[in-house]
Write a protein that binds this ligand. Structure first.
Ligand code: 13P
Ligand code: SF4
Length: 303
């Protein structure tokens, strides 16, 4: 532990030297959340990447998040300390596959979840995150929407729109494994608890929830609630932030094995080394970035 305190101090010093900011997703390991400048959900972190002044962004998350930051701020140095941290769901669609779908549905708009590659964003009309998917779907003028890649988020958005949402068949391996029988068991164990789930969960799980929200939305809901007990249906990294920010509330995981291995690849040494060497750096080719930027900026421009 003495070692981690020293590395933590080194990170603080290097951050100032390099004019860097540490953006940390809500699923990151506890010790990474502890050194964050901003901890947040995908939308909050994209906004921070777009607006903050620092010249170096250290993205503690997975690759598509760092790519999004690089697209929004091509003049900045964007670092992904865990070079191989990827999102399996984002890999469930490629740009050529999306181009084929667009040929099949020439009148449809493409809404892409931020959990996609830069190439897929470049083929999309507008991007969304879990906190604004419904608003984004309703903002496009087309009546038909190709929604990629998360089938569960697409089906969730369909509940709140008259438009025809055609979801891709992708899914998050962490959320899609949660079943209604796990919900029943958790409800039985904690009969007074409020059940909050992420919209990447299956429809049959969403049907049983009291609230559906992004990771930061779940944290806000717990903080604002008068209730004392909560069952949390998302990746378990969020429990650390809940414990820190809502110490008077009891939060139980809906799926205690709900761990995103890729989100856990960041550690203090990798963050320190990234700040020392300004590597591994994430860049996006100019032509791809130019087309993908439009999709992200249209999302950020929504009120
Ligand atoms: P949010 O933090 O935007 O809810 O995203 C969840 C997620 O799975 C990110 O990979
Ligand atoms: Fe991807 Fe799911 Fe991990 Fe988020 S939690 S990075 S959606 S695999």
């Amino acid at each position: 532990l003495a070692g981690s305190a020293e590395i933590g101090a080194e990170i603080q010093r290097l951050k100032e030297e390099q004019d860097a900011i540490l953006l940390v997703h809500n699923y990151q390991p506890d010790e990474i959340q502890d050194i964050a400048d901003i901890t947040g959900d995908s939308l909050e972190l994209s906004r921070a990447a777009a607006t903050r002044e620092e010249g170096v962004i250290v993205f503690c998350g997975v690759d598509f998040m760092a790519e999004t930051a690089a697209i929004l701020s091509p003049e900045k140095t964007v670092l992904l300390p865990a070079e191989d941290a990827c999102c399996p769901m984002a890999q469930m669609i490629s740009a050529p596959e999306l181009r084929l779908a667009k040929e099949r549905h020439p009148d449809a708009a493409v809404v892409c979840y931020v959990n996609t590659s830069a190439e897929v964003k470049a083929e999309s009309n507008i991007c969304c995150t879990s906190s604004n998917a419904v608003k984004v779907v309703n903002s496009v003028k087309e009546d038909e929407i190709i929604f990629v890649p998360d089938r569960n988020l697409g089906r969730y958005a369909q509940r709140f729109t008259k438009k025809k949402v055609m979801p891709w068949e992708g899914f998050c391996i962490v959320h899609d494994r949660i079943t209604p029988s796990q919900v029943m068991a958790a409800r039985k164990a904690h009969p007074d608890a409020v059940l909050l789930v992420h919209p990447e969960c299956r429809p049959e799980v969403i049907d049983l929830a009291d609230h559906v929200a992004s990771t930061s939305g779940i944290i806000r809901e717990v903080a604002a609630s008068k209730k004392k007990e909560f069952i949390i249906g998302t990746e378990i990294g969020i429990l650390y932030r809940l414990k820190k920010e809502c110490p008077d509330k009891a939060c139980f995981p809906l799926d205690e094995k709900g761990i995103c291995r890729n989100m856990k690849k960041t550690d203090l040494k990798k963050v320190r080394d990234a700040l020392l060497t300004l590597q591994p750096r994430v860049t996006v080719p100019d032509d791809v970035a130019a087309r993908a930027r439009g999709a992200i900026e249209r999302m950020l421009a929504l009120p």
